[in-house]
Design a protein around this ligand. Structure first.
Ligand code: FAD
Ligand code: DHB
Length: 389
């Protein structure tokens, strides 16, 4: 098979890139290791920045999001029983959109299918070959059949555990990492959200987050030890712990019910540089991870897609390689700012095992400063709604 862009990974980055290229008449093939149903069963991000929202529209996939997504003009931050609101709309002019990653992915899969786009599921043993030459290709296996795709470029959109990043020689790739000493236990339940906006809570018992997917689907998270196991948490225990971590008046309003999904995610900050090696370009979680506190993972994957898509478009439409040559530099410049925000917000809201009384006082002082200072709130809101591309 021959295509212009071979895309490894059928998560949100790979699908969005493929669909945007299609709109511009650029051909691609997506190779996904799992099935469509498997990809859609992973409950992940819930908050979209305007940049992703606009890209979905540009990809011709914005209709359901515009109908069903919930614009949020602000968020609540609590510490102990204290709570305050940061008004994104007033401070930056922009809201964020609550619309689940599973819905984004579903809309993109539907669009790819409607356009007869090539997505190969169950693609195993994917190997990237000759990426540092002008004629790269990808080999893989479906069942017992081995296949090969020749292409102009390869987009590595295969997440943190994919093959793309590992293809880049160790003496070229520089990795930066911080692993946090806790994880997030997340629960999805068919209950009305405790509040119409998200609540990020710093409590003496650890962080908690109240989020949602729609009027009858809530998503809650609590900070837990990295060694914890989902099996250790009954629904009852989860609800009791969540109630202890959010302000008392919110806890009183919390509607509980059976969980329909429960999982633990580790927290990590990670960046691999550069994001390009020859004709291979890394995109999204394949190149970087943020702790989820700032809701930035999916959104940063989208900003990479923006830079890569525009670079490829410039190459095919204008014969100009400037965009692809500067892809890594442009993407990383934004990635590092997002890493900083996610690291800062995680540090502000979590309890650390080795935290001293002094450290705790610093957290509270920073929260009180944020509560009382419009400039500090504007800096937070500017990052939360999304830095410009
Ligand atoms: P992925 O979603 O990981 O997709 C990669 C795809 O590649 C997968 O489908 C995988 O099966 C496939 N693949 C892997 N290896 C291979 C291979 N060898 N061959 C072929 N295919 C392969 N982000 C936000 O912006 N906001 C949030 O609110 C938010 N909340 C989160 C909450 C949780 C609990 C978690 C875990 C993450 C959250 N994120 C959030 C992060 C967000 O989900 C990720 O950043 C996003 O999924 C990245 O998309 P991606 O397409 O780059 O990678
Ligand atoms: C969600 C996840 C996040 O990490 C976050 O900061 C906000 C919302 C969510 O899953 O809804």
């Amino acid at each position: 098979m021959r295509t212009q862009v071979a895309i490894i990974g059928g998560g949100p980055s790979g699908l969005l890139l493929s669909q945007l290229l299609h709109v511009r008449g650029i051909d691609s093939v997506v190779l996904e290791r799992k099935t469509r149903d498997y990809v859609l069963s992973r409950i992940r991000a819930g908050v979209m920045e305007r940049g992703l929202y606009e890209l979905m529209k540009e990809a011709g996939c914005g209709a359901r999001m515009e109908r069903e997504g919930m614009p949020h003009d602000g968020t609540l931050l609590s510490y102990g029983d204290e709570m305050f609101r940061v008004n994104f709309k007033d401070l930056t002019g922009h809201p964020v959109m609550v619309y689940g990653q599973t819905e984004v992915t579903r809309d993109l899969y539907d669009a790819r299918e409607a356009a007869d786009g090539k997505v190969e599921f169950n693609a195993e043993d994917v190997e990237i070959c000759d990426a540092d030459t002008d004629s790269p290709y990808v080999t893989y296996r479906v069942g017992s059949e081995s296949r090969r795709i020749d292409c102009d470029f390869i987009a590595g959109c295969d997440g943190f555990h994919g093959v793309s990043r590992k293809t880049i020689p160790a003496d070229v790739l520089k990795e930066y990492e911080r692993v946090y000493p806790f994880g997030w236990l997340g629960v999805l339940s068919e209950t009305p959200p405790v509040n119409h906006e998200l609540i990020y809570a710093n409590s003496p018992r650890g962080f908690a987050l109240c989020s949602m997917r729609n009027a009858n689907l809530s998503r809650y998270y609590i900070q837990c030890p990295t060694t914890d196991k989902v099996e250790n948490w009954s629904d009852e225990d989860f609800w009791a712990e969540l109630k202890r971590r959010i302000p008392a008046d919110q806890a009183e309003n919390l509607v509980t019910g059976p969980s329909i999904e429960k999982s633990i995610a580790p927290l990590r900050s990670y960046v691999a540089e550069p994001m390009r090696w020859g004709r291979l370009f890394l995109c999204g979680d394949a190149a970087h991870i943020v702790p989820p506190t700032g809701a930035k993972g999916l959104n940063t994957a989208a900003s990479d897609v923006h830079y890569l898509y525009n670079g490829l478009r410039q190459f095919y439409e204008e014969g100009d390689a400037e965009g692809i040559d500067r892809y890594s530099e442009r993407a990383l410049s934004r990635v590092w700012k997002v890493e900083r925000f996610s690291w800062w917000f995680s540090g502000l809201m979590h309890r650390y095992p080795d935290q001293t009384d002094f450290d705790l006082k610093m957290q509270i002082a920073e929260l009180e400063f944020l509560r009382s200072n419009t400039d500090a709130q504007r800096a937070m809101a500017t990052n939360y709604v999304g830095l410009p591309y």
